[in-house]
Design a protein around this ligand. Structure first.
Ligand code: AMP
Length: 280
Protein backbone atom coordinates (compact mmCIF):
# COMPACT_ATOMS: atom_id res chain seq x y z
CA UNK A 1 0.00 0.00 0.00
CA UNK A 2 1.29 3.44 -0.89
CA UNK A 3 0.68 6.21 1.66
CA UNK A 4 0.29 9.67 0.13
CA UNK A 5 0.17 12.88 2.08
CA UNK A 6 -0.14 15.56 -0.57
CA UNK A 7 -2.88 16.38 -3.05
CA UNK A 8 -0.41 16.62 -5.94
CA UNK A 9 0.98 13.12 -5.20
CA UNK A 10 -2.40 11.41 -5.02
CA UNK A 11 -3.74 13.23 -8.09
CA UNK A 12 -0.68 12.13 -10.11
CA UNK A 13 -0.76 8.53 -8.90
CA UNK A 14 -4.49 8.04 -9.41
CA UNK A 15 -4.19 9.68 -12.84
CA UNK A 16 -1.61 7.06 -13.84
CA UNK A 17 -3.90 4.27 -12.64
CA UNK A 18 -7.15 5.25 -14.33
CA UNK A 19 -6.37 3.07 -17.34
CA UNK A 20 -6.41 -0.02 -15.09
CA UNK A 21 -10.16 0.28 -14.47
CA UNK A 22 -12.56 1.61 -11.86
CA UNK A 23 -11.21 3.73 -9.01
CA UNK A 24 -13.09 2.97 -5.77
CA UNK A 25 -12.88 5.23 -2.75
CA UNK A 26 -13.60 4.71 0.95
CA UNK A 27 -13.40 7.93 3.02
CA UNK A 28 -12.84 7.49 6.78
CA UNK A 29 -11.77 9.34 9.90
CA UNK A 30 -9.62 6.41 11.03
CA UNK A 31 -9.65 4.24 14.19
CA UNK A 32 -10.71 1.58 11.72
CA UNK A 33 -12.97 -1.34 12.60
CA UNK A 34 -14.77 -4.09 10.71
CA UNK A 35 -17.41 -1.62 9.45
CA UNK A 36 -14.73 0.33 7.56
CA UNK A 37 -13.00 -2.86 6.47
CA UNK A 38 -16.24 -4.26 5.01
CA UNK A 39 -16.32 -1.21 2.70
CA UNK A 40 -12.67 -1.73 1.71
CA UNK A 41 -13.43 -5.40 0.98
CA UNK A 42 -16.41 -4.54 -1.22
CA UNK A 43 -14.42 -1.82 -2.98
CA UNK A 44 -11.63 -4.30 -3.73
CA UNK A 45 -14.12 -6.80 -5.13
CA UNK A 46 -15.72 -4.25 -7.45
CA UNK A 47 -12.90 -1.89 -8.46
CA UNK A 48 -9.43 -2.12 -9.99
CA UNK A 49 -7.95 0.36 -7.52
CA UNK A 50 -8.97 0.89 -3.88
CA UNK A 51 -8.27 4.27 -2.32
CA UNK A 52 -8.92 4.96 1.36
CA UNK A 53 -8.52 8.29 3.13
CA UNK A 54 -8.04 8.92 6.82
CA UNK A 55 -8.76 12.50 7.78
CA UNK A 56 -10.39 13.71 10.98
CA UNK A 57 -12.14 16.66 9.42
CA UNK A 58 -12.25 19.56 11.89
CA UNK A 59 -14.98 21.43 10.00
CA UNK A 60 -17.61 18.75 10.62
CA UNK A 61 -17.28 18.74 14.41
CA UNK A 62 -19.80 21.07 15.98
CA UNK A 63 -18.51 19.97 19.42
CA UNK A 64 -14.85 20.90 20.06
CA UNK A 65 -14.35 18.27 22.76
CA UNK A 66 -15.73 15.51 20.48
CA UNK A 67 -13.05 16.53 17.94
CA UNK A 68 -10.31 16.60 20.58
CA UNK A 69 -11.32 13.18 21.93
CA UNK A 70 -11.71 11.57 18.50
CA UNK A 71 -9.54 8.41 18.58
CA UNK A 72 -6.37 8.39 16.45
CA UNK A 73 -4.68 5.01 15.79
CA UNK A 74 -2.76 5.58 12.61
CA UNK A 75 -0.18 2.75 12.95
CA UNK A 76 -2.88 0.14 13.62
CA UNK A 77 -5.01 1.57 10.79
CA UNK A 78 -2.15 1.28 8.29
CA UNK A 79 -1.57 -2.36 9.32
CA UNK A 80 -5.28 -3.16 8.89
CA UNK A 81 -5.42 -1.49 5.47
CA UNK A 82 -2.33 -3.38 4.27
CA UNK A 83 -3.88 -6.64 5.46
CA UNK A 84 -7.16 -5.75 3.67
CA UNK A 85 -5.28 -5.14 0.42
CA UNK A 86 -5.95 -1.40 0.09
CA UNK A 87 -3.86 0.13 -2.72
CA UNK A 88 -3.56 3.78 -1.70
CA UNK A 89 -4.02 5.58 1.59
CA UNK A 90 -4.50 9.33 1.40
CA UNK A 91 -3.39 10.82 4.71
CA UNK A 92 -3.42 14.59 4.33
CA UNK A 93 -2.86 17.36 6.88
CA UNK A 94 -5.54 19.97 7.53
CA UNK A 95 -3.62 22.61 5.54
CA UNK A 96 -3.31 20.23 2.59
CA UNK A 97 -7.09 19.74 2.53
CA UNK A 98 -7.91 23.37 3.27
CA UNK A 99 -5.20 25.64 1.82
CA UNK A 100 -5.51 29.21 3.11
CA UNK A 101 -6.71 30.47 -0.27
CA UNK A 102 -9.64 28.01 -0.39
CA UNK A 103 -13.09 29.58 -0.23
CA UNK A 104 -15.95 28.08 1.74
CA UNK A 105 -19.29 27.60 -0.02
CA UNK A 106 -22.78 27.26 1.41
CA UNK A 107 -24.10 23.86 0.31
CA UNK A 108 -27.81 23.75 -0.40
CA UNK A 109 -28.86 20.38 0.99
CA UNK A 110 -32.46 21.38 1.69
CA UNK A 111 -34.24 19.89 4.69
CA UNK A 112 -31.36 17.46 5.36
CA UNK A 113 -29.72 20.49 6.96
CA UNK A 114 -32.45 20.97 9.59
CA UNK A 115 -33.77 17.45 10.25
CA UNK A 116 -32.37 15.02 12.86
CA UNK A 117 -28.54 15.06 12.66
CA UNK A 118 -28.76 18.40 10.88
CA UNK A 119 -30.80 19.88 13.72
CA UNK A 120 -28.80 18.44 16.60
CA UNK A 121 -25.36 19.02 15.04
CA UNK A 122 -25.60 22.51 13.52
CA UNK A 123 -23.02 23.02 10.78
CA UNK A 124 -22.05 19.33 10.75
CA UNK A 125 -23.32 18.56 7.26
CA UNK A 126 -21.82 21.75 5.82
CA UNK A 127 -18.46 20.43 7.07
CA UNK A 128 -19.19 16.98 5.62
CA UNK A 129 -20.03 18.55 2.24
CA UNK A 130 -16.93 20.73 2.35
CA UNK A 131 -14.57 17.81 2.92
CA UNK A 132 -16.35 15.41 0.56
CA UNK A 133 -16.52 18.03 -2.19
CA UNK A 134 -12.77 18.48 -1.89
CA UNK A 135 -12.00 14.74 -1.75
CA UNK A 136 -14.28 13.94 -4.69
CA UNK A 137 -12.54 16.64 -6.73
CA UNK A 138 -9.11 15.26 -5.81
CA UNK A 139 -9.80 11.52 -6.18
CA UNK A 140 -12.57 11.59 -8.80
CA UNK A 141 -13.63 8.05 -7.94
CA UNK A 142 -15.87 6.01 -10.22
CA UNK A 143 -17.42 4.47 -7.11
CA UNK A 144 -17.74 5.82 -3.58
CA UNK A 145 -18.38 3.44 -0.67
CA UNK A 146 -20.23 4.69 2.42
CA UNK A 147 -21.86 2.88 5.34
CA UNK A 148 -25.58 2.82 6.11
CA UNK A 149 -24.56 3.40 9.75
CA UNK A 150 -24.54 7.12 8.85
CA UNK A 151 -27.84 7.05 7.01
CA UNK A 152 -28.47 10.78 6.74
CA UNK A 153 -24.84 11.39 5.77
CA UNK A 154 -25.31 9.02 2.82
CA UNK A 155 -28.29 11.11 1.71
CA UNK A 156 -26.31 14.34 2.07
CA UNK A 157 -23.39 13.00 0.02
CA UNK A 158 -25.73 11.62 -2.66
CA UNK A 159 -27.18 15.13 -2.87
CA UNK A 160 -23.69 16.65 -3.10
CA UNK A 161 -22.78 14.26 -5.95
CA UNK A 162 -25.94 15.33 -7.75
CA UNK A 163 -25.51 19.08 -7.06
CA UNK A 164 -21.98 19.16 -8.49
CA UNK A 165 -22.51 16.58 -11.21
CA UNK A 166 -19.74 14.22 -10.04
CA UNK A 167 -19.47 11.15 -12.22
CA UNK A 168 -19.42 8.92 -9.16
CA UNK A 169 -21.71 6.05 -8.22
CA UNK A 170 -22.58 5.81 -4.52
CA UNK A 171 -22.67 2.34 -2.96
CA UNK A 172 -24.04 2.03 0.56
CA UNK A 173 -22.70 -0.90 2.60
CA UNK A 174 -24.71 -2.57 5.38
CA UNK A 175 -24.07 -1.57 8.99
CA UNK A 176 -21.63 -3.99 10.60
CA UNK A 177 -22.51 -4.84 14.19
CA UNK A 178 -20.96 -6.52 17.21
CA UNK A 179 -22.52 -9.90 18.09
CA UNK A 180 -24.66 -8.03 20.62
CA UNK A 181 -26.16 -5.88 17.86
CA UNK A 182 -24.22 -2.73 18.79
CA UNK A 183 -23.23 -0.90 15.59
CA UNK A 184 -19.46 -0.70 15.26
CA UNK A 185 -18.19 2.85 15.60
CA UNK A 186 -14.81 4.47 16.23
CA UNK A 187 -16.45 6.28 19.15
CA UNK A 188 -17.15 2.92 20.87
CA UNK A 189 -13.46 2.95 21.90
CA UNK A 190 -14.48 5.60 24.43
CA UNK A 191 -17.04 3.27 26.05
CA UNK A 192 -16.26 0.98 29.01
CA UNK A 193 -17.28 -2.69 28.75
CA UNK A 194 -20.27 -1.88 30.97
CA UNK A 195 -21.23 1.02 28.68
CA UNK A 196 -20.98 -1.27 25.65
CA UNK A 197 -23.52 -3.62 27.25
CA UNK A 198 -25.83 -0.67 27.92
CA UNK A 199 -25.32 0.74 24.41
CA UNK A 200 -27.01 -2.32 22.90
CA UNK A 201 -30.28 -0.66 24.00
CA UNK A 202 -30.11 1.49 20.85
CA UNK A 203 -30.15 -1.52 18.53
CA UNK A 204 -32.75 -3.30 20.68
CA UNK A 205 -34.93 -0.17 20.48
CA UNK A 206 -34.65 -0.11 16.69
CA UNK A 207 -35.70 -3.76 16.53
CA UNK A 208 -38.56 -2.98 18.92
CA UNK A 209 -39.71 -0.15 16.64
CA UNK A 210 -39.59 -2.47 13.64
CA UNK A 211 -41.68 -5.07 15.48
CA UNK A 212 -44.27 -2.63 16.84
CA UNK A 213 -44.65 0.02 14.17
CA UNK A 214 -47.49 -1.70 12.33
CA UNK A 215 -49.56 -2.21 15.47
CA UNK A 216 -48.94 0.80 17.72
CA UNK A 217 -48.98 4.59 17.10
CA UNK A 218 -45.52 6.06 16.48
CA UNK A 219 -45.78 8.49 19.41
CA UNK A 220 -46.49 5.69 21.88
CA UNK A 221 -43.57 3.63 20.52
CA UNK A 222 -41.20 6.60 20.70
CA UNK A 223 -42.22 7.31 24.31
CA UNK A 224 -41.51 3.69 25.29
CA UNK A 225 -38.15 3.78 23.50
CA UNK A 226 -37.17 7.01 25.30
CA UNK A 227 -37.95 5.30 28.62
CA UNK A 228 -36.08 2.14 27.62
CA UNK A 229 -32.95 4.12 26.66
CA UNK A 230 -32.95 6.18 29.84
CA UNK A 231 -33.49 3.06 31.99
CA UNK A 232 -30.55 1.40 30.23
CA UNK A 233 -28.20 4.21 31.24
CA UNK A 234 -28.38 6.69 28.36
CA UNK A 235 -28.21 10.16 29.87
CA UNK A 236 -29.90 12.12 27.12
CA UNK A 237 -31.64 11.47 23.84
CA UNK A 238 -31.38 13.76 20.82
CA UNK A 239 -34.06 11.97 18.81
CA UNK A 240 -35.96 8.75 18.22
CA UNK A 241 -37.40 9.12 14.71
CA UNK A 242 -39.66 7.00 12.57
CA UNK A 243 -39.57 8.58 9.16
CA UNK A 244 -39.82 8.39 5.40
CA UNK A 245 -36.59 6.71 4.28
CA UNK A 246 -36.34 8.96 1.20
CA UNK A 247 -37.17 12.38 2.68
CA UNK A 248 -36.57 11.82 6.42
CA UNK A 249 -39.91 13.52 7.16
CA UNK A 250 -41.49 12.13 10.34
CA UNK A 251 -44.28 9.58 9.81
CA UNK A 252 -47.09 9.63 12.32
CA UNK A 253 -48.84 6.64 10.84
CA UNK A 254 -47.17 3.54 9.48
CA UNK A 255 -47.90 2.63 5.88
CA UNK A 256 -46.03 -0.34 4.45
CA UNK A 257 -46.07 1.20 0.99
CA UNK A 258 -43.87 4.09 2.22
CA UNK A 259 -40.16 3.26 2.63
CA UNK A 260 -39.53 3.76 6.33
CA UNK A 261 -36.42 4.08 8.49
CA UNK A 262 -36.01 4.39 12.26
CA UNK A 263 -33.18 6.62 13.48
CA UNK A 264 -31.83 7.14 17.00
CA UNK A 265 -29.18 9.46 18.46
CA UNK A 266 -28.46 9.40 22.19
CA UNK A 267 -25.67 10.01 24.70
CA UNK A 268 -24.10 7.36 26.90
CA UNK A 269 -21.45 8.49 29.38
CA UNK A 270 -20.73 11.60 27.30
CA UNK A 271 -20.39 9.65 24.03
CA UNK A 272 -22.93 10.41 21.31
CA UNK A 273 -24.09 7.25 19.50
CA UNK A 274 -26.25 7.00 16.39
CA UNK A 275 -27.84 4.05 14.67
CA UNK A 276 -30.69 3.29 12.29
CA UNK A 277 -32.72 0.41 10.88
CA UNK A 278 -34.73 0.17 7.68
CA UNK A 279 -38.27 -0.83 8.58
CA UNK A 280 -39.64 -1.40 5.09
P1 AMP B 1 -16.10 7.31 9.88
O1 AMP B 1 -14.67 6.91 9.97
O2 AMP B 1 -16.88 7.07 11.13
O3 AMP B 1 -16.28 8.69 9.29
O4 AMP B 1 -16.77 6.31 8.84
C1 AMP B 1 -16.24 6.15 7.54
C2 AMP B 1 -17.22 5.36 6.72
O5 AMP B 1 -17.43 4.08 7.33
C3 AMP B 1 -18.60 6.04 6.63
O6 AMP B 1 -19.14 5.85 5.33
C4 AMP B 1 -19.40 5.27 7.66
O7 AMP B 1 -20.79 5.27 7.42
C5 AMP B 1 -18.81 3.87 7.54
N1 AMP B 1 -19.07 3.11 8.75
C6 AMP B 1 -18.86 3.50 10.03
N2 AMP B 1 -19.27 2.55 10.90
C7 AMP B 1 -19.78 1.54 10.14
C8 AMP B 1 -20.38 0.27 10.44
N3 AMP B 1 -20.54 -0.15 11.68
N4 AMP B 1 -20.77 -0.50 9.40
C9 AMP B 1 -20.62 -0.08 8.12
N5 AMP B 1 -20.05 1.09 7.77
C10 AMP B 1 -19.65 1.90 8.76
Amino acid sequence: MVVLKTVSDIVALIGNNRVKGKIGYVPTMGALHDGHLSLIKRCKEECAITVCSIFVNPTQFNDKSDFEKYPVKIEEDIALLIEAGCDYLFLPTVSEVYPSESKSIKYDIGTLETLWEGKYRPGHFQGVCQVMHRFLQIIQPNTLYLGQKDYQQCMVIQKLIHLFGFNTELIIGATIREKSGLAMSSRNIRLSEKDKDAAVAIYNSLVYIKERVAVEPSDAIKKKVDEKLLESGFTSIDYVAICNAETLESLNEFNDSIPTVALIAAYLDGVRLIDNLLIC
